[in-house]
Every structure is written in structure tokens, then in C-alpha cells.
Design a protein around this ligand. Structure first.
Ligand code: WTA
Length: 637
């Protein structure tokens, strides 16, 4: 039997089977992968601790599934197609054979630098093939990778390195983004002043930006490769991993405190990403699959690297940005490589829409067969534009809902197999049992209802813990509703039973598809010397989905504009440019309850320009505060 569901009827019967006999179901899916030893038990679980184990006792290495097993029949097939930032630079294609060889080489480099199974390796690289190579080289020897997105600051890198106690960091001299060059190694140098666990830094040459190489600590990627080449045996046997051994850590924001390290394990993550990749996108053997995400986010982990490669697919990665050299770049790439499936974000679509249709129309997009969206709710306008202008009404659009913690898609259409509807994520994947919950912790049955989205039963790709703090995992995801995984999202189930995600119900923002915690941004703003207190809320933004609105009490701001810029700079330094507020409003006071809690609901309404619905302010310490803020907001416009 194939891994792929081919009709709506089959989806329904597979879904039923996955609920009635989950262990048999997932065992039959897992049989499509290569295991050195099969499992003793498919699943054991409880959501109280939580403790979830899939395929216990099984042995595998995910890189044998992503590389070695394709070599015999498909060794010369392109595994990675890489398109550089600058369209005039040559693209690169790595066949499965070449990728395996490079992964083995770099795995040996890691070993030479004292990295062993279980050690943590931080990766801070631009979107170049060496990023995929470094990720897979870690997995090859059982080291746990922690990839940090290039848009994070030195301080954010340091926090992540310290939390995971990374022994080594892989970076490059710099990265290209549009017409900018960013000195990555310099940022890493700043980060390393704050952490003492890192013994080695491996630096890839990309931009030839001058870097300071510290004796005994910093080595060049290229020199290390030469060393292993002269050592003789270039192969690196795959470490035998337990299905439940850790594969990677990926940090993500929540509503409180510092980002947490979401932990995924080898067996379940492999099965879930491979299965969802094949089904959601209906990948066919010679398709070129283009996921526009950065590997620094979960989408890149699951749908540039592990999902496609475990299925022997051709995965296209792009170093640059959608608007460089102009707004037709994605479509140039589709045309150039005959891309069959494109997987992108609503923010990218909205920003490209604004440039006008001529940027799409000038390319031949007839190779496209499937369109995918991810990361944030897609509004109807963007959905329609994608469908009409890009897909010429001829390509199914899949709106994939999921999270870092889920490993792979939770709710989505299967392209051309199950129905679709603009702005609806539609149906749960087989194996996913959604529940909508009310404020009293009761499940809301039936259709045409809205509630908080939970999942009742484990699936192979779910997180196992948060690094170094299991109780935080329990509290964040498993304590709000008994025996349920809580997503933090609101959801509507239509009269037909279609699922539509309505957005976060906690203090997490989704800005351009990037997850940002309000508490994190507030903490960063509060570090600025002039700031007394601040409160962050999201507001609807035409391109980013949500924008960041900051209400700030500052000590003195004779030059408000300068203080604003300083605050922006502070946030950039502490978190990274992606968390910079869009609007800063200076206020004299914040609306607080008598017990001192900030009433965010009121601030949200003001930010949304929905003054009529600010609601009851009589429980505030000082209701007059609200008037002042409303006036100030009006003056900003
Ligand atoms: C949001 C990204 C609506 C949601 C894969 C979730 C979405 C958060 C969708 C996770 C979608 C993601 N429709 N909302 N198709 N996909 N989200 O961890 O709020 O970066 O909780 O994972 O993005 O973001 P994360």
C-alpha cells in the first residue's frame, strides 16, 4: 500500500482507521521507512506528565532514511536545488549521492571537533546548502541540532546556547539578504562573550566579510573539510539511534518568559513529517518542491529538510528575499526550475500582491500543480490572489495549520484530494483528533461552534518536552485542559465541519508568520534606560497579518522621535529586528485593575481603532487613563 491517500473516500476511511486503531494505523505508515530494528511497542502515553513514546525499542538513523536509502535507485536525482540571493550567481544542485557524501564529510568534521552523540550543536547559518549539510551531519552522529534563525540578535543566540549548553556553533562569515550583507560571525562573537559552554566555532565562507578568528576556538569550514579529506576514509557510519532519542531543539516563543526549546525525537518526527509531506502536497516522484521558509523555523526543518528528503523528493531552497532584485523573484524561480509545488506564507503573498500583477504575469508558471500556505491565517483576498494569479485557478491551495510543537501539519486539505475553501484549514490529518473547548474546560460538540483548539490523542510528530524544563512543557500545553494538548489557538468549526483557525487566544503575536511573545518584547523595551513600563498588543496589519503596538511610559522624551528610535534599537539588540514594534505610543499611565493587572483587552481595542468597543472601564484603578490613551492614539495617526 502506498503512503498517499488518493481520494476523499480514502481520506475518510484512513481517518477513521487512525482514530479506531491508532497503533495499527501508525505502524502501517512507519513500515514505509527504514528501521535498523523495529519497535516493540507502537505507542505508550499519558498527557498528565506528559509522557509520550512512539515506536519504543526501534532503532534508526533519520539520515539513512533521508539519504542512504535513495542512493541505489535515485543517487543522481537532485536532492537539493539551491538558488542564491543574487540571480547572477550560479545556482547549485546536489544529487542524493553528493549530499550524502557532503553530510558524511561534515559529520566527520564534527567528530574531529569532539562532538559526540547527545551533544548540542548550535547552527546559525544563511540559507545555503551547507545549512542542510550541517543539520543532517548532526543527525548522522546523533548530535542534537539547535538552529537559530538569522534574524535573531547576539543576545537571543546567547540565551539559546546557554539554555541548551551547546558545545559548538556552526556559522558563516556573513549572509546576503537582498542588497544587504550581514556579518553573522560578528554577531556570534558578541553572543559568545555571554556563554562559556562553546568550545569550537566552525565558520563557513560565504560573503568574505572580515572576521576575527580566535586561536584555538574558531576554525574554517573549508579547512576542516580538507583535513577529513586527507584523513583517508571519507565515510561516516550513521549512529544507531533509539526512536525516542532527541533529534533537535527548536526555540519558540510563548506567552510568558524566555523562548522555550521544543524537543523533537527521531522516529516519530521522521514518520510524521514524511507522511504529511506526501499527503498534503501529493508529491509525485519527479516534482520540484519549493518551500520558501527559512530553515531557522520549523517549516524549514520539516518541509525543506526532513519531510522531502525522507521521501526522496527534490527540495528547492532559496537564499534571498521575495522582493530582490524585484517582486517577481519567486516566480522567476518557479519558471527557472519548473517548480511543481510552492509552499509559502500569507505575508509573502500580501507583500507581493501589493506590487501588482505584472510581476506574476511575466513568468511562465505552468509547471505549478499545488500551492501551499503556512504560518498564519490566510485572508480571503490573499487566498484568492494565490489561487487566481499564481495558480490560474488550476492548482489546489492547501492552507496548512500547525505549530513548532507539532512537527508537521495538524489541519489542512490534501491537495486535490479533499475539499478546500478560502481561509479554512479544513480537515484534520489522519491521526489528529481535534477538540474545541469552552472556558469551563468542556468540549464543545457539534458544528457551527467556536472554541479553543485542543488535540485529544498523541501523534508521532508532537513535542516530547521543553529542553531542561519538563514541567514547563506540562504547564504550557497540558495543564489548561485535562488530558488534552492545548494549541493556544482559537478555532471555528463550520456547519459543514470545516475547521477555520481564528488566531491565538493567548499573548502570542504572529507577525509576518513569526511567533513573538508579548512578554519578551515588553522585557526588551523595559531594558531601555528611559522606560518605566510598557505593554504590547497586536493589531491588524495589512501585510504582516499582525503588527506590534507598544504603549510605553518613558521617563523623559523631550525628543519623542529619538526615544522611539532608541527603543527600536534596544529591541533589535535584545531579540532581533523581527521583534521591532511598528507603533510606539508614549503614555502617562497604563489601564490597570485595582490589583495592578494591565487590562490588555482595552489596549487591544485602542490599537485596533475599535474605540466603540473598549467596553467597561469602571473596574480600573483610574478610568481616566483610557481617555488619555485614546486621545494619544488619535494624535499618532
Ligand atoms: C499560527 C508555524 C492560521 C497559529 C508552522 C499557530 C496558523 C502558530 C497557520 C504557530 C494557518 C500557523 N492558519 N494560523 N495555516 N499556521 N498558524 O510555531 O497561531 O511558528 O499557533 O509554526 O502560527 O507558529 P509556529
Amino acid at each position: 500500500m502506498s503512503l498517499q491517500i488518493k481520494s476523499f473516500e480514502e481520506y475518510q476511511s484512513e481517518y477513521k482507521r487512525s482514530v479506531e486503531q491508532p497503533e495499527e494505523f501508525w505502524a502501517s505508515i512507519a513500515d514505509h521507512f527504514f528501521w535498523k530494528r523495529k519497535w516493540n511497542k507502537v505507542l505508550s502515553w499519558n498527557f498528565e506528565e506528559p509522557n509520550v513514546k512512539w515506536f519504543e525499542g526501534a532503532k534508526l538513523n533519520i539520515t539513512e532514511n533521508c539519504l542512504d536509502r535513495h542512493i541505489y535507485a535515485n543517487g543522481d536525482k537532485p536532492a537539493i536545488i539551491w538558488e542564491p540571493n543574487d540571480p547572477n550567481e550560479a545556482h547549485r544542485i546536489l544529487s542524493y549521492k553528493q549530499l550524502l557524501q557532503k553530510v558524511e564529510q561534515f559529520a566527520n568534521v564534527l567528530k574531529n571537533n569532539n562532538i559526540k552523540k547527545g551533544d548540542r550543536v548550535c547552527i546559525y547559518l544563511p540559507m545555503v546548502p551547507e545549512l542542510v549539510i550541517a543539520v543532517l551531519a548532526c543527525a548522522r552522529i546523533g548530535a542534537i541540532h539547535s538552529v537559530v534563525f538569522g534574524g535573531f540578535s547576539a543576545r537571543s543566540i546567547a540565551d539559546r546556547i546557554v539554555d541548551a549548553e551547546c558545545k559548538l556553533i556552526v556559522t558563516s562569515d556573513g549572509s546576503y539578504r537582498g542588497n544587504k550583507t550581514i556579518g553573522l560571525k560578528n554577531i556570534v562573537d558578541d553572543a559568545l562573550m555571554q556563554c562559556d559552554t562553546v568550545e569550537k566555532v566552525i565558520v563557513l565562507t560565504r560573503t568574505r566579510t572580515p572576521v576575527s578568528m580566535i586561536k584555538g576556538r574558531d576554525v574554517w569550514w573549508e579547512d576542516e573539510i580538507k583535513k577529513v579529506e586527507t584523513q583517508g576514509n571519507p565515510a561516516c557510519p550513521a549512529e544507531e539511534m533509539d526512536a525516542e532519542d532527541n533529534l533537535f531543539i527548536l526555540y519558540t516563543s510563548g506567552s510568558t518568559g524566555k523562548p522555550k526549546g521544543v524537543v523533537h525525537t527521531c522516529g516519530g518526527y521522521m514518520v510524521y513529517t514524511g507522511y504529511t509531506f506526501m499527503n498534503t502536497f501529493q508529491y509525485k516522484p519527479n516534482d520540484v518542491f519549493f518551500c520558501t521558509a527559512d530553515i531557522g523555523w520549523i517549516t524549514g526543518h520539516s518541509y525543506i529538510v526532513y519531510g522531502p528528503l525522507s521521501q526522496g523528493a527534490t527540495s528547492l531552497m532559496f537564499e534571498g528575499i521575495p522582493t530582490f532584485p524585484d517582486a517577481s523573484r519567486y516566480w522567476d524561480i518557479v519558471d527557472k526550475f519548473n517548480v511543481n509545488i510552492i509552499y509559502t506564507s500569507p505575508t509573502a503573498l500580501r507583500s507581493l500582491m501589493a506590487f501588482g500583477d505584472e510581476f506574476v504575469d511575466k513568468n511562465d508558471l505552468s509547471s505549478l500543480r499545488v500551492l501551499g500556505s503556512v504560518g498564519e491565517p490566510i485572508n480571503e483576498e490573499a487566498w484568492n490572489w494565490f489561487n487566481e494569479k499564481v495558480g490560474k485557478k488550476n492548482c489546489p491551495v492547501v492552507d496548512t495549520y500547525w505549530q513548532t510543537e507539532n512537527g508537521g501539519h495538524l489541519i489542512t486539505s490534501l491537495a486535490g484530494v479533499t475539499p478546500e475553501k478560502a481561509s479554512y484549514a479544513m480537515f484534520p490529518m489522519p491521526g489528529i483528533q481535534p477538540a474545541l473547548m469552552d472556558e469551563n474546560g468542556k468540549e464543545i460538540e457539534g458544528n457551527d461552534v467556536t472554541g479553543n483548539l485542543c488535540i485529544k490523542f498523541p501523534w508521532p510528530g508532537m513535542l516530547r518536552t521543553t529542553w531542561g524544563d519538563h514541567d514547563r512543557c506540562r504547564q504550557t500545553y497540558f495543564s489548561t485542559y485535562k488530558d488534552m494538548y492545548f494549541t493556544g489557538d482559537g478555532c471555528f468549526r463550520s456547519p459543514e465541519g470545516y475547521y477555520k483557525i481564528t488566531g491565538r487566544v493567548d499573548d502570542v503575536l504572529n507577525v509576518s508568520g513569526h511567533r513573538i511573545g508579548t512578554a519578551e518584547v515588553e522585557n526588551a523595551i523595559n531594558m531601555h534606560a528611559d522606560v518605566v513600563e510598557s505593554a504590547i498588543v497586536g493589531y491588524p496589519h495589512p501585510v504582516k497579518g499582525q503588527g506590534i503596538y507598544a504603549y510605553v511610559i518613558a521617563n523623559h522624551h523631550t525628543d519623542a522621535e529619538a526615544t522611539r528610535k532608541d527603543i527600536m534599537e534596544t529591541v533589535s539588540r535584545i531579540i532581533g529586528p523581527i521583534a521591532k514594534p511598528d507603533i510606539i505610543q508614549f503614555v502617562d499611565d497604563l489601564p490597570k485593575t485595582r490589583s495592578g493587572k494591565i487590562m490588555r483587552r482595552i489596549l487591544r481595542k485602542i490599537a485596533e481603532d475599535d474605540i466603540a468597543n473598549v467596553g467597561d472601564t469602571s473596574t480600573l484603578q483610574d478610568p481616566a487613563v483610557v481617555e488619555g490613551i485614546i486621545k494619544g492614539a488619535a494624535a499618532l495617526k
